[in-house]
Design a protein around this ligand. Structure first.
Ligand code: GDP
Ligand code: ZN
Length: 482
């Protein structure tokens, strides 16, 4: 039986301590009805009635306390009976005052009960998964929900954890794969005399498999929208040295939109900030200036900058408005970065030091880029001119990247792959499916095996791995042995 504070540690109005496990109801020893204060009134007869998930006002007491000691705390106690609880086990919750001292006193008292120990990180959710209260995608969604900082992250996490839309989709595909495997096996096991022609079955299975492969490919090829929403859209500011990349990042950090401060490990300069734009999390990073160099230290900086640029979803190509040399230098260096699938925003900085003629020239170039469907801006990081317009442009680019690309209805967001764990398994699912459905003449045994492998890859995503399923499918679809 495990226990832990479920709310944040430290000062708060209320603190919830959760107990879960076979002996969880033992924790009710610590709860005493308020009307009477004599120890004999903790009658076990009342306990059975208290197990209904309702909050009851109680004193929290240490069963070993000396007479005359005040209670540890007062608050509410609720109890749920297995399997109708979050973990699927017996659960008791103490809703007390949120102070360090009351939390510690209650935890200490719980620790004195036989068979009780403090829970490990994530252990309640893990038990919920093991007891079938949720699948892996829901568990991951729950973790995402607890981490959610932006509206888009919240919505995506809720879809995973509450709706189960994604799990349902994967299970549907898995059923389809098991059906294919079962049909192949039925031909192998029962031959063609049982109303089943091998050729017909094979053709039918291949048609199904091809359709499913297309669906899976689309799901995988969709821009990594789900992952992007979850981890944040990565934006890298790149350009030659001294064009004002760090100044630009500081200008962004100075806006109200900045929600997170520098990442650990970067002590002096702000190298990375998080913003919330249109409800999406955006991580903007500064990079070293990109240019040809013989200096070893600078070379490392340039290499890191190029790596950042490669990892980014959006590139802000920054140039000095007062000199064309800087934009040429940056363009040359950046030519090694594959910009496929990335959005590039071209920005000329230092507009405060250019004359009217140059300003007109740059405006014309911005217009030209915009007309061709690109994004460009002229700004001054120093006096802030154009920075809001740039932020608006960035917000639009980010929204375009994250928003649904199709109009398949409300559940479209649920179709996004949200983690690389899913991506890895889905990719091996497609690979197996491709083998299973190849056109060349292949023994049905091999096809069946590949369908099974493909289904197993999907089962790994949801955490359900049940080889017995194929039998159900055989009976459902073929009525073998009727
Ligand atoms: P980085 O090397 O690209 O990161 O460039 P920095 O942000 O360090 O800036 C290089 C120099 O340009 C510094 O002296 C800044 O003060 C200056 N600078 C940055 N932005 C502007 C701007 O908008 N206008 C002017 N006049 N100077 C700027
Ligand atoms: Zn810099």
């Amino acid at each position: 039986t495990i226990y832990a504070v479920a709310t944040a540690r430290g000062r708060a109005g209320v603190s919830v301590t959760r107990v879960s496990g076979p002996n969880a109801l033992e924790a009710l020893r610590l709860a005493r009805a308020m009307e009477t204060s004599s120890p004999s009134s903790t009658a076990s007869t009342s306990r059975a009635n208290d197990v209904d998930g309702r909050l009851r006002y109680r004193a929290f007491v240490d069963p070993n306390a000396r007479a005359g000691e005040p209670p540890l705390d007062v608050g509410f106690v609720a109890t749920w009976r297995a399997p109708r609880s979050f973990t699927g086990e017996d659960v008791v919750e103490f809703h007390g005052h949120g102070s360090v001292a009351t939390q510690r006193a209650l935890l200490d008292a719980l620790g004195t009960i036989d068979g009780f120990r403090h829970a490990e990180a994530g252990e309640f959710a893990r038990r919920a998964f093991l007891n079938g209260k949720m699948d892996l995608t829901a568990a991951e969604g729950l973790a995402d929900l607890l981490d959610a900082e932006t509206e888009a992250q919240r919505r995506q996490a809720m879809r995973l954890t509450a709706n189960g839309t994604q799990r349902a989709m994967y299970e549907r595909w898995r059923d389809e794969l098991m059906t294919c495997a079962a049909h192949c096996e039925a031909v192998i096991d029962f031959g063609e005399e049982e109303d089943v022609s091998g050729d017909v079955v094979e053709r039918d299975v291949l048609t199904r498999a091809t359709a499913l492969r297309e669906t899976l490919r689309k799901h995988l090829d969709a821009p990594a929208r789900g992952e992007m929403i979850r981890r944040g859209v990565r934006v890298a500011i790149v350009g030659a040295p001294n064009v004002g990349k760090s100044s630009m990042l500081n200008a962004l950090a100075g806006r109200d939109a900045a929600i997170v401060s520098p990442r650990a490990g970067t002590t002096r300069d702000v190298l990375e900030i998080s913003l919330e734009l249109n409800g999406y999390k955006v991580i903007v990073s500064d990079t070293a200036g990109i240019r040809e160099t013989d200096d070893d230290v600078e070379k490392m900086g340039v290499a890191r900058a190029l790596e950042r640029a490669r990892d980014a979803d959006v590139l802000v190509a920054l140039a000095d408005a007062s000199s064309d040399a800087s934009s040429d230098a940056a363009r040359d260096a950046l030519s090694t970065v594959d910009v496929t699938g990335k959005d590039v925003i071209t920005v000329w900085n230092k507009s405060d030091v250019i004359d009217a003629a140059r300003a007109r020239e740059l405006d014309a170039r911005v217009d030209d880029i915009t007309r061709r469907g690109g994004d460009a801006r002229v700004v001054s990081a120093r006096d802030g001119r154009g920075v809001d317009d740039f932020i608006a442009t960035l917000a639009r680019v980010v929204a375009r990247k994250c928003e649904r690309t199709s109009v398949e209805g409300d559940d479209d967001d649920a179709l996004a792959v949200t983690r690389s764990r899913h991506r890895v398994n889905l990719t091996s699912c497609v690979a197996a499916l491709e083998r299973a459905a190849r056109r060349a003449p292949v023994p049905l045994e091999l096809r069946a095996e590949d369908f099974r492998l493909a289904a197993r890859a999907l089962a790994r995503v949801t955490g359900s791995y049940d080889v017995e399923d194929v039998l159900d499918v055989v009976f459902r679809d073929f009525c073998v042995g009727k």
